[in-house]
Design a protein around this ligand. Sequence first.
Ligand SMILES: Cc1cc2nc3c(=O)[nH]c(=O)nc-3n(C[C@H](O)[C@H](O)[C@H](O)COP(=O)(O)O)c2cc1C
Length: 206
Amino acid sequence: MKTNNQHDVDRRPFIVGVGGTATAGSSTEQALKLALKAAQSAGAKIQLFGGEFLAQLPHYLTPASVGCPAGQQLIEAIRNADGIILASPGYHGTISGLVKNAIDYVEETAKDSRAYFDGIPVGLIATAYGWQATTSTIATLRSIVHALRGWPTPLGAAINTSGGIFREGACSDAAASRQLELVGQQVAELAHLRLSAPQLLQAVSN
Ligand SMILES: Cc1cc2nc3c(=O)[nH]c(=O)nc-3n(C[C@H](O)[C@H](O)[C@H](O)COP(=O)(O)O)c2cc1C
């Protein structure tokens, strides 16, 4: 008979990706999908909340947002997630309103037994049309993850999209491609470690 712990050891980690832009086929969403694919190859189950989804989420706390099905769907996935990957474009040097609005919905988990991203790995991806905004956007994403009690992965993917490196779901820049792969792998591996040895990680979470 399996114990609860054994059940967790056997369970595939569930990784939720949130990101993209309002532009269909955005490079940000393509980058996120590549990282999610790497997480999947590392054994995770994945779910994407991409640009189209984020664009129809009402502004958090407006009357339209209260109990809205899209918001509920996002929060339900976050509640069940063993790891998260966030991907934002650098807009005016920081994260976009679209991505921040989705993150604001995480406030709904504030009173959960596992509040926010408490103790779970969070991979970060920032895209921009130059280097400067990639790093400032990654830094902002990392600050948000700290505020939400998550564990940013060691590598954050800072992707300069000015060379048009994303086409039809593939990335032509080997270094960028490797970064995205590593972010996905790190989230999946940390999530797996957390499921298989929760007692080890509990000590450092508290
Ligand atoms: C409103 C807006 C603000 C932007 N601000 C910056 C910026 O400050 N620095 C930068 O390098 N790129 C900036 N960009 C470019 C995006 O970061 C870049 O296109 C990014 O890779 C998103 O592309 P995507 O929609 O294909 O994902 C901005 C784009 C928009 C629409």
